[in-house]
Ligand binder design. Structure first.
Ligand code: FAD
Ligand code: A2P
Length: 275
């Protein structure tokens, strides 16, 4: 046997031999740029709805290739769900988009993040403000009964360029409303406001514009935001987060953290090019 043959015959270390391997149980492709998947949950993993973990695959050299991902499933779910972009040539997602049920992924069971209910002072109404895959932490929080125990009203604003990119959130909200367990709790409390910016749909426009113009309050028939009643969580691109923060501050809300709860909290949905 030649040296060359030996190298070719050596199998790559399968992920399942790693301590942090989890098995993919379901995959759904929503568009050519977006997909969601479910994996087994490590028995010891406890997390707060809204937190993120590091997940990934092995690279060609057998090293872990990990990225931050918000857990999209609620803390009570026996599996874990993730909602993902497919970045063309992205080191992780160019591979991750091909996973199938039965495959293994790496999951580091150390959840962290600022988008947790404990990071906010008590209030009456909570706003979830997201663009693109930034809806993932709110997919978790919208399915958590604690959200509805703590707030009288929950407003989910999700904005994408085109209507097909809203499909994951739209399906999730529909399923939630029909859910035999949580459906009753959600009824009348969850207000869903999906908008598009680059094609016509029922509601259009950027979240920032719809808040500053007051259009969202008018469309939903609700009172404008104020510091006494409203709390907010923000998750989108850096530019979006910066602009939304200014809008929220304009309504008198102040940024909080786990260690210092106030009226709103922010997390990046991804780290942009060059940032
Ligand atoms: P990367 O090299 O990581 O990214 C390449 C470029 O693609 C980036 O510079 C950026 O311009 C763009 N990009 C990366 N992620 C996104 C995205 N989600 N939406 C739009 N453009 C993007 N991604 C998810 O798909 N779902 C999540 O739930 C999620 N949660 C995250 C939570 C946190 C706290 C952070 C910091 C990031 C999160 N991300 C999430 C982004 C994720 O970590 C990776 O960047 C993404 O999976 C792409 O990995 P990659 O290796 O293919 O490309
Ligand atoms: P727009 O189409 O007007 O740029 P992207 O795909 O670029 O991350 O954007 C996702 C969604 O977020 C789009 O609908 C986009 O609107 C919107 N968006 C991007 N940047 C901002 C921002 N700074 N403030 C408000 N909305 C934004």
């Amino acid at each position: 046997m030649t040296e060359q043959t030996k190298v070719t015959d050596t199998p790559a270390t399968p992920v399942k031999t790693l301590p942090d391997a989890q098995t993919v149980t379901a995959v759904r492709h929503w568009t050519d740029r977006l997909f969601s998947f479910r994996v087994t949950r490590p028995q010891s993993l406890r997390f707060r709805s809204g937190e993120f973990v590091m997940i990934g695959l092995q690279d060609d050299n057998g090293r872990p290739l990990l990225r931050a991902y918000s857990i999209a499933s609620p803390s009570w779910d026996e599996e874990l769900e993730f909602y993902s972009i497919k970045v063309p040539d992205g080191p992780l997602t160019s591979r991750l988009q091909h996973i199938q049920p039965g495959d293994q992924i790496i999951l580091r069971p150390k959840p962290v993040g600022t988008l947790v209910l404990d990071a906010l002072l008590p209030g009456k109404r909570i706003w979830f403000l997201a663009t693109g895959t930034g809806i993932a932490p709110f997919a978790s929080l919208m399915r958590d009964p604690e959200t509805y125990e703590k707030y009288e009203q929950v407003v989910m604003m999700h904005t994408c360029r085109t209507a097909d990119e809203l499909a994951y959130g739209r399906q999730l909200v529909a399923d939630l409303q029909n859910d035999p367990l949580i459906g009753e709790m959600v009824e009348g409390k969850l207000l869903y406001y999906p908008t598009t910016t680059r094609e016509e749909s029922v509601y259009t426009g950027r979240i920032t514009d719809n808040l500053t113009s007051g259009k969202v309050f008018e469309d939903l028939g609700i009172a404008p935001m104020d510091r006494d009643h409203d709390r907010a969580m923000v998750c989108g691109s850096l530019a979006f987060n910066v602009d939304v923060k200014a809008v929220l501050e304009g309504f008198g809300l102040r940024e909080g953290a786990n260690s210092d709860p106030k009226e709103y909290v922010v997390e990046k949905a991804f780290v942009g090019d060059g940032i």
